[in-house]
Ligand binder design. Structure first.
Ligand code: CA
Length: 240
């Protein structure tokens, strides 16, 4: 994860950034609200660690407020020496996702950040598609079937992603042209059939269970279910 640490106490900032990097994350620190706000609004961060009390006229909660007003929903963990219940409630109401009082253990800070980031990006819902033993990871752009890595061209990857997102549904040529090729007209070529055939060679040929099915006269369907209709219509490529 990419983490912005807005903290004016140098030693504390250094410890936090070091701990984040040791845990395999990227960390950038900044020691004042003005610069922190600018970085928070313009950078691509997965989480922000924000000290409540900062020097100058703007404090951590002002930074948080302007971030939320700008519609940025990324997780923010507020650090503060102000430990009273009122202060914590105030911080959480201001839009903090979590509030940790000083002094704290670095392990706890890391664990809380992990929870916040995981909550923001549930990994299976957003990055992994799966149909039977076929898996597609959107983040790493990796496709495997039964654990074997399958190398795909970019277009094949998008085609497979589209089919997997429409698992068990009939996908027409028009839908594929529009979504995968971004053609808003029918180019009157066999481009889709060629691409499906290549994809089939990679996804299905070496496996017993075909996943890509032709629905004659309609289009294609990616499914682990072999309906009677499908098996009648479509002899799997060269396999019995
Ligand atoms: Ca401070």
């Amino acid at each position: 994860m990419r983490c912005l640490v807005i903290e004016d106490e140098q030693e504390s900032a250094r410890y936090i950034c070091h701990a984040l990097r040791v845990a395999g994350h990227e960390a950038v620190s900044c020691d004042n609200a003005v610069e922190g706000e600018l970085l928070a609004l313009t950078g691509d961060w997965d989480a922000i660690v924000l000290d409540r009390l900062l020097p100058g006229s703007r404090d951590g909660l002002d930074v948080l407020d302007s971030l939320r007003r700008a519609g940025r929903q990324l997780p923010v963990l507020v650090l503060s020496a102000l430990a009273s219940t009122d202060e914590r409630v105030h911080g959480l109401r201001a839009g903090a996702d979590d509030y940790l009082t000083k002094p704290f253990a670095l392990e706890e800070l890391l664990a809380r950040l992990d929870v916040l980031v995981r909550r923001q990006h549930p990994p299976r819902a957003t990055s992994q598609l799966q149909v039977a033993d076929l898996q597609l990871d959107l983040r790493s752009q990796r496709v495997t079937r039964a654990g074997q890595v399958i190398a795909l061209q970019p277009r094949e990857f998008r085609l497979l992603e589209y089919l997997m997102r429409h698992e068990d549904q009939v996908v027409t040529r028009a839908m594929l042209l529009e979504s995968v090729w971004e053609y808003h007209f029918d180019p009157q070529t066999n481009v889709i059939d060629v691409q499906i055939s290549r994809l089939r060679n990679k996804i299905d040929r070496d496996f017993d269970q075909p996943l890509i099915h032709t629905v004659r006269g309609a289009g294609y369907r990616l499914s682990a279910l072999t309906s009677p209709e499908t098996s009648l219509l479509e002899p799997p490529d060269g396999k019995t």
